[in-house]
Design a protein. Structure first.
Length: 357
């Protein structure tokens, strides 16, 4: 490279730093090298003795997945953006003229992370990193779920029934392999009921119900720091309450907050058996008014439980959550990366606040 051009490039990068490159902040805050041992062991990277083209650095590839989650990019778009943005190249450790990963490499790496369970291990590794920094889960935990849409499927009644019966796409469309490859048989339709309660003549009107096709992200956050400590993914039609015990995480407090969807005799008994204190909303008695004491208690719980809605709002507004891939395993990868990306943002916020205190 011409020395003059190199000088101009360095000057340009220094200017990006002076203006506050957010990726430099991320690099300083999160110890990405901490993940290397889990990535190398989990993905089975060799020592290169067998020859062949050397793989891309696993830490750099992991950073690519985080950038992809933060910006809701397809693999093809991610390939282009790596080559286009100097700040991204610097963050990933690539120089101008270096070979960079193409979309197939990115997809293969993400699939390997999912198939080997390495992505889940990295999520745990970051939780241990948080412990070392003093962000120990305390003050109880808040449980919640949010719908994440996927491309709608146009199927006949017979095809829909076959999907409900648990048949694979290859079984349903044996003579159309290309069509089967584009069919998601794990996602489901459900109704999203919500919005502000409307009244007419003093009586509440029916709530708005919107059909949604896709998946559901179930998470648990610690009340003190707001980090996502556990997460699971199901189809959109899966009942929230059935996932309570699957997202309970370690916490110094026994208290568990959740909305009325999680209130059941089975869940209350399970929490009691595990020495956990239920702070789950109580339902309105059928055909009766809500007792004032119960309404007050629910209002207090709502003020605490609302914190998990802020997590979902951050993910949807900043990351633009949408499942482009096919099957629940790939949806798990997408949402686990979104949870990691959220935790990185949360850590930056805490560290910045501590530095200015």
């Amino acid at each position: 490279m011409d020395p003059k051009s190199l000088f101009s490039l360095n000057e340009h990068l220094e200017m990006l730093s002076r203006h506050g490159d957010p990726l430099e902040v991320l690099e300083r805050t999160v110890d990405f090298e901490y993940f290397r041992v889990w990535l190398v062991d989990g993905l089975g990277y060799g020592d290169g003795s067998k020859g062949g083209r050397p793989p891309f650095d696993p830490v750099a590839m992991f950073k690519i997945l985080i950038l992809q989650a933060q910006h809701n990019l397809s693999d093809a778009r991610m390939e282009y953006m790596i080559r286009d943005r100097l700040s991204w190249m610097r963050f990933l450790g690539f120089a101008l003229g270096d070979r960079t990963p193409d979309e197939n490499t990115i997809r293969h790496f993400r699939n390997r992370m999912t198939e080997t369970g390495t992505l889940s291990q990295v999520m745990k590794a970051f939780d241990w990193q948080l412990h070392k920094k003093g962000y120990i889960p305390m003050s109880g935990q808040i449980i919640g779920a949010s719908l994440v849409p996927a491309p709608k499927q146009r199927n006949t009644d017979d095809e829909r029934q076959a999907i409900k019966d648990g048949k694979s796409a290859q079984d349903i469309w044996p003579d159309a392999p290309a069509k089967a490859a584009q069919k998601d048989t794990d996602a489901r339709w459900t109704l999203k009921i919500g919005g502000k309660v409307r009244y007419k003549d003093g009586k509440p009107l029916p709530m708005i119900a919107l059909p949604v096709f896709g998946y559901k992200s179930h998470i648990s956050i610690d009340r003190r720091y707001g980090f996502i400590r556990a997460g699971e993914v199901t189809s959109a039609a899966h009942a929230d309450g059935r996932m309570l015990r699957h997202v309970i995480a370690e916490n110094s407090s026994s208290e568990v907050w959740a909305d009325t969807a999680y209130r059941s005799k089975a869940n209350e008994a399970w929490l009691a058996d595990h020495m956990l204190t239920s702070r789950i909303h109580r339902r309105k008695p059928k055909g009766k008014q809500m007792p004032k004491a119960t309404a007050r208690a629910n209002a207090i719980k709502s003020a605490i439980r609302a914190r998990i809605e802020h997590v979902f709002a951050h993910q949807k507004s900043r990351f633009g959550l949408f499942i482009r891939t096919i099957d629940i395993k790939r949806a798990e990868a997408k949402l686990t990366l979104a949870n990691l990306a959220y935790n990185f943002d949360r850590l930056i916020s805490h560290e910045r606040r501590a530095a200015t205190a």
